[in-house]
Each structure stands twice: as C-alpha cells, then as structure tokens.
Design a protein around this ligand. Structure first.
Ligand code: HEC
Ligand code: HEC
Ligand code: HEC
Length: 213
C-alpha cells in the first residue's frame, strides 16, 4: 500500500478508539494501551484531548466524525506528499446486501476516495466490478474486506446502521434503475459494448480540481 499521509493520520487517531471512554473524553497517549509510554514519540505527539475536541463530534470510534470534518473544511489534508500525484475521486454508490435480514449496505465511493486512492482497495481487496467479490459480514468481522479499515482506521463495526443504511426495497429499486440504465446504454453502444465488458459501467472519475464539496 503506498504511503499516504491522510491514512497515517486516520490510523493514528483510530488506533486510540478502543480506549476512548465516552464522547468528548480521550485517554492520554501514554495511557491508551496503544502507544509505548517510554517511547520517544510520547513527548512529541499532540494529545488527542488537545487535538480532537474542536472537530465535529461522533458517538463511536475516536469520537470524531471524519467525513464531516473533511466536508466542512475543518481539516484539509494534502492529497499526497507527492504534488505530481493525481487526486482521483469517484462519485458512485454501490448497493450491497439487497435481500438480507439487515437493511442494505450503501458503499459510497466518494466518501472513500476523498481519503483514499483507488489502489487502497483495487484490486487487492475488491475487484472493481459490482458483484464480483464475495463480500460477507463474517469476513468483515475477521478483519478482511471492509474490516481491513472499519474497526481499525475508520468507524467501528458496531455502527451497523452507518453501513446497513438503506431499506432493502429502496436499494432494490435503485439498483434496478441503475441496471436498466446500463442495459439501455450498452444497447445504444451496440457491438462496442459487447466486446468491452467494462463499458456498461464507466464511472465518473473526478480529478482534484473538480471538487464536489
Ligand atoms: C463497514 C460496513 C459494515 C458494518 C459497520 C456492518 N456491516 Fe454487516 N455487512 C456489510 C457488508 C458489506 C455485507 C455483505 C453484503 C453482501 O451480502 O454483499 C454485510 C452483511 C451482513 C449480514 C448478512 C446479510 C444480511 O443482511 O443478513 C448481516 C446479518 C450483517 N451484515 C449484520 C451486521 C450487524 C449486526 C452489524 C453491526 C454489529 C453490521 N452488520 C455492521 C457491511 C457492514
Ligand atoms: C474503500 C475501498 C474502495 C476504494 C478506495 C475504491 N473502490 Fe471501487 N469499489 C469498491 C467496492 C467495495 C466495490 C463493489 C464491489 C462488489 O460489488 O463486489 C467497487 C466497485 C468499483 C467499480 C465497479 C462499479 C460497477 O458499477 O460495476 C469500479 C469501476 C470502481 N470500483 C472503480 C474505482 C475507482 C476508479 C476508484 C478510485 C477513484 C475506486 N473504485 C476506489 C471499493 C473501493
Ligand atoms: C481502505 C480502507 C477502507 C475500506 C476497505 C473500507 N472503508 Fe469505509 N471508510 C474508510 C474511511 C477512512 C472512512 C472515513 C472515516 C470514517 O468515517 O470513519 C470510511 C467511511 C465509510 C462510510 C461513511 C460515509 C459517510 O458519508 O459518513 C461508510 C458508509 C463506509 N465507509 C462503508 C464501507 C463499506 C460498506 C466497506 C466495504 C465494502 C468499506 N467502507 C471499506 C475506509 C475504508
């Protein structure tokens, strides 16, 4: 995984999650059970109790709503330490788990690509093709798939409704509409679509300048 400062920052903060007692209170780094109390970094790192209270609050993880912090401009992380590197974003929601016992899962590409590059997930965690991955809650709880980050550097898996956020019938309608649209487009593309399997789902990639906030 390429080095990314934003991921590092999220990692640093989220690593404190297990020890945060409740909203607005953060354990000192030396006492959080994660950092080495005798290590040289302890005197250099900003204490979470100093850094986090001014950020938009949350009720889970490290008590910061990071998406809100980003969207409201409270934090403005650099996309990369390499200025020449392209800032890739994709505004495309994926709906998973349309027929399960839980509400359906809406996976927002945009909220992820505001923090992460495509290569953080594609292709080693997920093939970039809808339905091509056997995503399961069992594997997620084992720290795979979504669980590589959620519960580690992003909000914890106990926040069921932040992923399982859309009623099944509503998600089924949205996916049916997307599929109808794709079928129409590939019919219009004719033979070209038949030979190019990716063309029916061309995503809209936004570059760094076409910011959507
Ligand atoms: C980080 C996102 C995320 C969180 C948080 C999460 N899930 Fe899931 N869950 C998923 C995904 C993704 C799937 C698999 C979707 C599919 O079937 O393709 C799934 C599948 C499931 C399934 C199997 C399908 C179904 O609906 O019966 C159950 C049950 C489930 N989750 C329960 C939970 C419960 C309970 C919690 C909270 C304790 C939870 N999940 C938290 C993402 C999440
Ligand atoms: C946090 C992880 C993550 C990141 C980052 C990510 N994706 Fe995805 N992507 C997914 C998941 C999950 C799916 C759905 C896979 C499935 O349904 O099995 C997906 C699906 C796709 C698809 C298929 C869409 C469709 O309708 O068939 C494309 C294309 C894609 N991603 C492109 C990208 C691009 C381009 C980027 C970067 C701008 C990106 N992704 C960043 C996780 C990610
Ligand atoms: C490579 C790391 C990574 C993976 C893999 C990943 N996420 Fe995330 N996700 C993040 C980060 C970072 C955030 C933003 C910080 C936060 O909200 O805690 C986030 C935020 C979210 C949000 C909140 C969006 C919002 O607008 O508030 C949802 C929902 C979500 N992820 C679902 C999923 C699901 C479902 C999967 C698996 C299909 C997944 N994520 C896989 C890193 C990841």
């Amino acid at each position: 995984m390429p080095f990314r400062p934003t991921v590092l920052i999220a990692l640093l903060f989220a690593s404190m999650a297990p020890s945060t007692p409740h909203a607005g209170e953060w354990a000192k780094l030396a006492e959080d059970g994660v950092h080495d109390p005798n290590g040289p970094a302890i005197g250099l790192l900003q204490q979470p109790g100093d850094a986090l209270p001014n950020l938009p609050g949350d009720t889970a993880g490290n008590q910061v709503h990071w998406i809100k912090a980003l969207r409201t401009g409270v934090i403005q992380p650099r996309p990369s330490i390499d200025p020449a590197r392209e800032d890739r974003r994709l505004d495309k929601d994926i709906y998973l788990d349309l027929y399960g016992s839980m509400p359906s899962v809406r996976f927002p590409h945009l909220a992820h690509t505001e923090w992460l590059d495509c290569t953080n997930c594609h292709d080693h965690l997920f093939l970039p093709k809808r339905g091509a991955n056997n995503i399961s809650m069992f594997l997620i709880l084992q720290g795979q798939q979504c669980g590589v980050c959620h519960g580690a550097v992003a909000f914890p898996l106990t926040e069921c409704s932040r992923c399982h956020s859309v009623p099944n019938n509503q998600a089924q309608r949205i996916v049916a509409a997307i599929e109808a649209e794709e079928a129409k487009r590939s019919a219009a593309d004719g033979d070209k679509a038949a030979t190019d399997s990716g063309s029916q789902s061309q995503p809209r990639v936004l570059d760094g300048k076409a910011k959507t906030k």
